[in-house]
Design a protein around this ligand. Structure first.
Ligand SMILES: [Cu+2]
Length: 316
């Protein structure tokens, strides 16, 4: 899953600082991003055997594309609901602070909606469809992550590797809304796959790192209902940042709860080579799919940030 950085125009924020008799002008660039997504009702692959599921998605993947901007940036967002779809859809960005009724309303098939927001607070945020019944639109896959990098990159340690993990519940029958209300989920997913990053499972992948690297996990819990109790087996979170904001820093955390619709950033520094499963320690979820194995070794390949390979590629 690659970050979206489609800056199409820019503006300058100029700050004048008066120091003694001298005036220094520091200049930072705030960007404007044009981000367009399409509601796509389509089958997706949800496990290593190639099993398919009638999902509702943003842009055809679960989760939808990672959006990445910097604190202070402006996002011009457009959602298209193609006429070929059967259902209304919507988009709710938790990184935005704008009117819900006007901007997050559901649009019918054949319609589009556009709105603008400024990403004022740094962090990792959830985005999701809010069309009724919202519990079904989220359960069927209409969610994703937006990273808002802090304007001051020195607000926290630099990460050597970054991953995005989005946890969600999977209900085998996509039309059984009652099962969703009753919390009768069948599997727990990371990034839309059952044991997607478990190398001992057919078609399963892994996360890589080298000893001593600071690995940063941008973690979102899409729900729709269950709490995640995120824990690195064999390790301790070096730091946890609530909502991914560098100001919300915790140190030496074994397990941290991320509720549905919430997110946090987790840093782990693994000293020695080996396998370190990242799990929700709510074990009914871990044992039904929410295990991502971090394999640590000196030969770990350099990776681009967030090397999220869509499940469909590894499953053939
Ligand atoms: Cu929807």
């Amino acid at each position: 899953m690659r970050a979206s950085r489609n800056a199409v125009s820019t503006c300058i924020i100029v700050t004048g600082l008066l120091v003694g008799s001298l005036t220094f002008v520091s200049t930072t660039w705030a960007k404007t991003h044009t981000i367009a997504m399409t509601a796509v009702e389509t089958d997706i692959v949800i496990d290593g055997s190639g099993e398919k599921y009638a999902a509702w998605t943003f842009n055809g993947t679960v989760p939808g594309p990672v959006v990445r901007v910097t604190e202070g940036d402006t996002i011009n967002f457009t959602l298209t609901n193609p006429a070929t779809n059967k259902n209304p859809h919507a988009m709710d960005f938790h990184a935005a602070e704008i009117d819900f009724l006007k901007n997050y309303r559901a649009i019918n098939a054949g319609e589009t909606i556009s709105y603008t927001f400024v990403a004022k607070k740094p962090g990792i945020f959830f985005y999701h469809c809010g069309a009724p019944p919202m519990i079904q639109h989220v359960a069927r896959g209409m969610f994703g992550a937006i990273i808002v990098d802090p304007k001051n990159a020195k607000a926290w340690p630099k990460a050597d590797r970054e991953y995005v993990l989005v946890q969600s519940e999977f209900f085998k029958n996509p039309t059984d809304v009652q099962a969703m209300f009753d919390r009768k989920y069948d599997n727990m997913l990371f990034n839309g796959g059952i044991f997607k990053y478990h190398p001992f499972v057919t078609g399963g992948g892994k996360l890589d790192a080298k000893p001593g690297e600071r690995v940063r996990i941008y973690f979102v819990n899409a729900g729709p209902n269950e709490f995640s109790s995120f824990h690195p087996i064999g390790e301790i979170w070096e730091n946890v940042y609530e909502s991914g904001n560098p100001s919300n820093k915790l140190t030496g955390v074994q397990t941290y709860v991320v509720g549905p619709g919430s997110a946090a950033t987790f840093d782990v520094v693994v000293e020695s080579a080996g396998a370190y499963p990242l799990v929700t320690h709510s074990l009914t979820g871990a044992l039904r799919g929410a295990i991502a194995v971090l394999l640590v070794g000196p030969d770990a390949a350099p990776a681009p940030l967030m090397p999220m390979v869509p499940w469909v590629l590894s499953a053939k």
